[in-house]
Every structure is written in structure tokens, then in C-alpha cells.
Design a protein around this ligand. Sequence first.
Ligand code: PLP
Length: 223
Amino acid sequence: MINVVAYQKLRAECDEKKVTLVAVSKTKPAEDILALYHLGHRDFGENYVQELVEKQAALPKDIRWHFMGHLQTNKVKQIVPFVYLVHSVDSEKLLREIDKQAGKMARVISCLLQLHIAQEETKFGMDEAELAAVISRVEKKEYLHLSVNGLMGMASFTDDRNVVKNEFKQLNQLYNQYILSSTITHEPTILSMGMSGDYRSAMEEGSNMIRVGSLLFGVRGNH
Ligand SMILES: *Cc1c(COP(=O)(O)O)cnc(C)c1O
């Protein structure tokens, strides 16, 4: 069951602020995705490869599929044929594999580099040194079958709004420094930050793409 009222409200808010809303449908059935699809929604996010591949095969082909989970290199080739944007590139090894597989399929894959900004140890993502190294290799045109369009990050799970805002602020600074002022900038430039619990803070701190699941689809059980 989707929350239509929450969707319409969020949609209006995003349209007004020119923020792209990605509906994160992981663990949710195809009928929930179709319900949003029939309201005109096209951007959906998943974070398990197998689940994404099955949904993509079963659902309308004009859906823009966003991948945002930890991506193992041996699974890259399964999503490269159709994925619209990979939010969760957390290592150079993964970037290289995406480039290689995209080359075989004559595609150019749009990617975001995932930065580790939260306090928790468990969240994936690069630190600033890795980001700088990757950007410099991208600037040397080492990767021909992908574009780095921006950054993605997840804030700490905390009720302390200041902590969350500071993490988003930090990510926005990196975005300005490494993406907006880079010589390899690809349009559109994307700063993907903000989820159900913190999207307002993220938008205040400059996000132009939010990834919202439970607010639209209800809380998830364990996967
Ligand atoms: C699940 C998930 C989301 C959505 O989280 P909600 O709190 O349900 O809005 C956003 N981003 C990523 C990377 C996720 O895995």
C-alpha cells in the first residue's frame, strides 16, 4: 500500500525546489511500484541486485532504475544493461568494473560516488582522499564508459538534527570542491542526500536528489 497523500505532498515540495524524488521501493511488491507509476512517477530506487533485475524485467520499460545498495563487482554486469544511475560507487575497483562492463555493452553509465559522512562504521563510502584520487583519474579520462555526475551520502541515524545537518553540509562542500569545480563535470550534476527521516535537512543543505522509501511505501520488514 502506498501513501498517496504523502506522495503528492512530497512531489509538490520537490517540484517547487527542483529536487528529484527517487522512490525507494526495495522489499516492496511490484503493485506498489505500479501504483506510483500510474500517478506519473518514473524514478525508483533499489538496493539488491537480484530484486532489481526481477522487477526491471516485470515492470514498464520507461522506469528509471536507480541502484543505491552496496554493489559487488561480480554483479555489475547484471544491472549495466538497463540501470539509469548508480548512486553507490564506493571504491575505484567498482568504478573500473562498471566501466569495463559498460564498454562491452556500448553504454555510458551515470554514476555517483558514495562518500562516508556518518559516524557509524558500518556505512560504505569513500573518504576525501579516495574521492580526490578517483576524480583525478576520471579527469585523465581513464574511464570512457561512465560519467561521474555527483556524490551520494547517508547521514548518521540520530535524532540530533545538528549532527545530520553538519554531515550534509560537509558533503555539499565536497560536492562543490570535487564535482562542480572539476573539469570533467557531466550534466546533470547530482547531490544525492536525504531519506524519509532527514530529507528536509538535506534539501536545506543543498540536496537536489532525495531517496525516500518508508514515507511513501510504509515501513519495511527485515529483508
Ligand atoms: C533504503 C534506502 C533509502 C530509503 O530509506 P527510507 O528511510 O525508507 O526513506 C535511501 N537510501 C538508501 C541508500 C537506502 O538503502
